[in-house]
Design a protein around this ligand. Sequence first.
Ligand code: HEC
Length: 392
Amino acid sequence: MPFDIMPWVELALRWLHVITGIAWIGASFYFVWLDNHLEKREGLPPGVAGDLWAVHGGGFYNSREYLIAPPELPSNLHWFKYEAYFTWISGFLLLCAVYYFSASIYLIDAAKLAVTPWQAIAIGLACLGGGWLLYDGLCRARLGRNNGAFGAVWFIILCGFAYGLTHIFSGRGAFIHVGAIIGTTMVGNVFFVIIPNQKKAVAEMIAGRVPEARLEQEAKQRSLHNNYMTLPVLLIMISNHYPMLTSGGAAWIVLAALSISGLLIRHFFNLRHKGELRWELWAAAIAIFIGTMFFVHSRQAPATANIVTFAEARAIMDKHCVMCHSAHPTHPDIAVPPAGLDFTKDDVVVRNASRIQLQTVTNETMPLGNETHMTAEERAALGAWIAAGARR
Ligand code: HEC
């Protein structure tokens, strides 16, 4: 049995990515919460903008925010940056290990655009770099001075990426790249703006000068943008478990709609921190979610009334599935039966009929990248066999 190292590499990277991602987003949500809850009251020492008390894990904590910076810099100042950097590094390596290493099955959809793996990788990387340059350029332009207008323009640009990429790559490959564009932008904000500005401010203070207010304003703005980008990016990271989101020509609309739900929920919490309860934001988010659900359902293929025998279903599976899904896959990129499914065994096919339905009929995720050019008729026939009870 050949030793297949890739699943282990993937597991290690995915684990690291989730851990560092939680640490990053957890800390950043905490600071947004902290900032929004600071009480600006009488009797605070000069230079203190607000403070608050909290109890957690049995300890009492008193946090203060200084308007510019404290009169004297503490000897031990904590920074938050490695969570963000390692989230990006692990995420980028994971993107390489899954989507670039096996580009022909996970990333490329030859029915949309027949590119070579290297061309696909070049398109992917260009989107990551291009996305950041576009975002950063717009932020520094006049548009960047108006957060609402900027947010709308950036959202439309991201929809453009989603539209373009879902018409170039496989659904999953497209979604993960939109997620990576947003994630790269968020880490770019930390690496190129927030941390350098903080460093400059600290250096100024050490030199006995008052840091320019611009440094803090810029960092605050980028941090606010990151806050709103978080929930859409998390949705994208889990989307490849849900083929109903990533497949079909309208996948970019589905992504845009659910992202709006995420933005509304984030906005609700940001306002709630300040004592404003806007339940209509939740109502709108849920309505959009449910609307999306029916929209996706309405576009899925209707069942056919034809009677399809097991022998016919078997022949379709032999033609389109078993080069990967067998104990000894003949597909060059596959070493072990994916998801443990060996479809050369009749009972495995019968037992997994509903999963086959989901992956192949309801959504067109399998065969991966439709390398075998499975036709709509074949999918419908498989669906008809399953709808009639998936009997042998
Ligand atoms: C090119 C190789 C390849 C071909 C061809 C292929 N699959 Fe898959 N299949 C995979 C891989 C890889 C996975 C694991 C997917 C993942 O990691 O998300 C998978 C997973 C699955 C799953 C499990 C998904 C889940 O999580 O429930 C089902 C069901 C499935 N395939 C059905 C099919 C059917 C039916 C066909 C033929 C119509 C088919 N596959 C053709 C590679 C392939």
